[in-house]
Design a protein around this ligand. Sequence first.
Ligand SMILES: Nc1ncnc2c1ncn2[C@@H]1O[C@H](COP(=O)(O)OP(=O)(O)OP(=O)(O)O)[C@@H](O)[C@H]1O
Ligand SMILES: [Mg+2]
Length: 259
Amino acid sequence: MIEFIDVYKSFNDHEVLKGLTFKVNQGESFAIIGRSGCGKSVTLKLMTGLLKPDKGKVIIDGIDITKATPGKLAQVRKKFGFLFQSGALLNSLNVGDNIALPLREHRELPEPKIMGRVSETLKRLGLKHLEHIMPGELSGGMKKRVSLARAIIREPEIILYDEPTTGLDPIMCNVINKLIVEMRQKLKITSIVVTHDMNTVFMAADRVVLLYQGKIISAGTAAEFKKMGDAYVKQFVLGEAAGPFQDEDELKLKEKSGE
Ligand SMILES: Nc1ncnc2c1ncn2[C@@H]1O[C@H](COP(=O)(O)OP(=O)(O)OP(=O)(O)O)[C@@H](O)[C@H]1O
Ligand SMILES: [Mg+2]
């Protein structure tokens, strides 16, 4: 369903991705983990064509989107629901209209049915009757869930979750993790989950990759990750300060100063 082949991406002279290669099968739940700044969000943006790689191929359902015409790209984008890390709610629209946006954009459902679907989705995320509230009045965790509602409302073929549980309390994290599992089991949706939350990985992912210095340095099933002896995986999974990882931001600064 999704394939990256030797993808490179730099910003100015900072090389973020340096030969990223992986494949995600249809219906699979695939987690991308790695330290802050390693290029996880950039990877998701490359997947939907929001960013273009400098080199390499990004193939979605058989189409290389790096070479696709704008019309074709728009068609491919329809397959995706995207939970942005920042939430990306429109502050001028109330919660209901924010969540309804993808449905209205793709005109898949008649207008009278849209609000029914919105309230159903809100209920699923423990946000009943919030349609008329403005985003500015919501707590951080509520904003996250509203953004999640917007990402899943169309029940798209592929959902990209960029840190779905960050900023949520543990109980709500569990609700979201269960929702990710449910979306995959019931609707056979392909999911890509970028997360720092190892509970999400162990609960909701079939396979995991660990990104470091622009590449995948470890890959395996979630169960394999749990017991993997690899020093990088161990440090990441256990969240230890001491270990082989260097700080991505420090590396970036070093690269800039030519060290
Ligand atoms: N549009 C952009 N312009 C310039 N630099 C960018 C841009 N987007 C990302 N970067 C840089 O690319 C690197 C990777 O960013 P990215 O957002 O993918 O990190 P991340 O792995 O998602 O980190 P986090 O876990 O903190 O969200 C960072 O150094 C960031 O500053
Ligand atoms: Mg990110």
